[in-house]
Each structure stands twice: as C-alpha cells, then as structure tokens.
Write a protein that binds this ligand. Structure first.
Ligand code: SF4
Length: 321
C-alpha cells in the first residue's frame, strides 16, 4: 500500500491571547496533527474549544504564539510577505457566516473574482469565462454574477463563498463551520457540494464543525478538541463506533438517533460540572471537572495524546500503561 502524502503538518501549535494585564487565554495550546493529501479531517468540539482559532492559525490569519505549520513541507508562519502571498493561492477558507462574509456593496462576480484580480490570474474574456465556470461549479447561474449578496438565500450565499474560495485554484481549504448558520434542509446540500468538489478538484479539507453527524458524513478522520487540546483523533468510522475519550463519548451520546428503539436503549451521558475557564488554565486534565472517571492523577498531570490502538490517538489517563 502506498504511503499517504502529508499536505499540512501542524506541530505543537499554540495560539494564546492576552486578556487584561496578566491573564492569558489559551485558545489553542499545543496541538499536533497531519492532514493528508485529498482527505477531509474533521475538527469538532463545543463552542470555545479552540477549533476555529486552530483553523485560522493554520491559515496564517492569526500569528502562532508557538509551534509550526508546514504546507507541502514549507513553513507557513514567519515567512516574507511575498511567500505568504504565494501561499494564500494554495490555501483558502470558507467562513461560517455567509451573511457577514460577503461585501454587500460588491456584485457576486466581483466578490468571486477578488482573488483572481489580486493574483492577476485572468483578465477580460478569460476572467469572465473563469467566473462562469466557477458559478457553474457551485450550482449558480451566469446571470447571478451581476447581482448583489442580499438577493440570495443563505445556501446560495454559501455557494458564492465556496466559489470565491475556489477561484484561485487552491489545494487546501479550511471550512470553518460552513453550514452552522444555514437551515437544516440546506446543510446537506452544501456538504454534498463540498464532497463533489473535492472529488472533482482533488481538494484537501479541514472541516470545522460542532454538528457531529454532519462531520461523520464528510470526514475521513476526526479530531476532537477540548479547551485548546486535542483529546482524541482517529478514522471517522472508528470514532463513532468506538469513542475512547470520556468527552468524545459524551458528545456522541447526545447525537439524536433516527431509530426510536435504538434511541431509547442508548445511554445519554450528561456532562455535569463546571466548564473551566480557558484563561490561565490549571495543570491536569482540562476535562476533569466534568469527567465521571476522574482520578487523582487527572487533577495533577496533563494527559499527553498518544496512540492507544493503531491510528487511534487519545489524551486520557485511563489509557496510561
Ligand atoms: Fe477523565 Fe482523567 Fe481521562 Fe481527563 S484524564 S478524561 S479527567 S479520566
């Protein structure tokens, strides 16, 4: 079997924010993982777990506090403005809010072609041809190019956001909760579009979401974040069939089941206890105040993520040898 080719490497990445004089909010606090060429890595966790900050720091939208990100073996942070400019052609982001992320004063055509114009990729007729190709790719019509964002529904606006991300032919796209602001009926359409585009264009995704059922549908592997740490990462099917970290088990137990018989027999794990503050967090496991398996070591020693089964990584003292 051929080895998987790594596209993005994230090494001990930290993003801390200063809050007041002495307080530090540790939004991302030392995460490491690879994203393989052509795969979708899902990143899940509750609001405030650091998943969006992680995605934006990988993209270089935030400077990293510590750690490294490599794209095709090349460092992304601490590079010259010119190198960063070239890298942005290869890495794009689809934002969460299709209402706020499109300039209301620009036409759809100009929004989609902004990157093309900045990178001077196409002009005149070639630009128009490329614009029409992009509209077609995302299921919009050519006549939509002269309209303004307010004339579109939420799902259509997210299609515009996807076309904008695709315009400069990226290889890697961070999908930052791209469906959470949409109606449930539209979410599946957008996810299916992203899957089709991935197959057609050979894209690699980091798909950030808090809806675990949708993440399962699109992801090859899934990472679970809790308070700035990666607590579990494995193949998507494995995570949903055999979650090992107590936090992942609780998250998955809360997913509604379509089968009422199964739903009644399924144990629902209620997360109790206070959610600790990510500002100046204490040593020990960050999940300790809500974990029903907590033991003494959990209050004192921060668990390190390690491979507990082939390709199944967990950060929890229950798996210390
Ligand atoms: Fe629970 Fe301890 Fe594991 Fe943290 S390390 S998840 S507190 S058992």
């Amino acid at each position: 079997m051929l080895d998987k080719q790594v596209l993005v490497e994230v090494r001990d990445l930290k993003k801390h924010f200063k809050v007041g004089r002495k307080q530090i909010l540790k939004a991302v606090d030392g995460v490491s993982f690879d994203i393989n060429l052509g795969e979708t890595l899902g990143l899940v966790g509750e609001s405030g777990c650091g998943k969006t900050t992680c995605g934006r720091t990988i993209m270089g939208l935030y400077d990293a506090t510590e750690g490294e990100v490599y794209f095709k073996g090349e460092k992304i942070h601490d590079v010259s403005a010119k190198e960063k400019f070239n890298l942005t052609k290869k890495m794009q982001i689809i934002f969460q809010d299709p209402y706020a992320s499109l300039n209301p004063r620009m036409t759809v055509g100009d929004i989609i072609c902004e990157g093309i114009d900045i990178h001077q990729m196409y002009k005149g007729e070639a630009r128009t041809k490329r614009l029409h190709e992009l509209l077609d790719l995302v299921g919009l019509n050519q006549e939509h190019a002269s309209r303004f964002p307010h004339e579109f529904s939420g799902g259509q606006r997210q299609r515009i956001g996807i076309a904008r991300a695709l315009a400069i032919e990226p290889e890697f796209i961070v999908c930052d909760e791209p469906i959470s602001a949409l109606d449930v009926s539209i979410q599946a359409q957008v996810v299916n579009l992203l899957i089709q585009l991935q197959e057609k264009l050979g894209l690699t995704y980091l798909f950030i979401a808090h809806d675990l059922s949708m993440v399962k549908h699109i992801s090859d592997r899934v990472g679970v974040m809790y308070m700035g740490h990666m607590v579990e990462m494995t193949a998507s099917e494995n995570l949903y069939e055999k979650p090992l970290h107590p936090y992942t088990q609780a998250l998955l137990s809360a997913i509604p089941e379509p089968d009422p018989d199964y739903s009644q027999s399924k144990e629902r794990i209620q997360l109790e206890g206070e959610i600790p503050s990510p500002i100046n967090p204490k040593p020990g496991c960050r999940f300790v105040s809500r974990c029903r398996h907590a033991k003494t070591a959990c209050h004192e020693v921060t668990p390190v993520i390690k491979e507990v089964e082939p390709n199944h990584f967990v950060a929890c003292h229950l798996f210390d040898c």
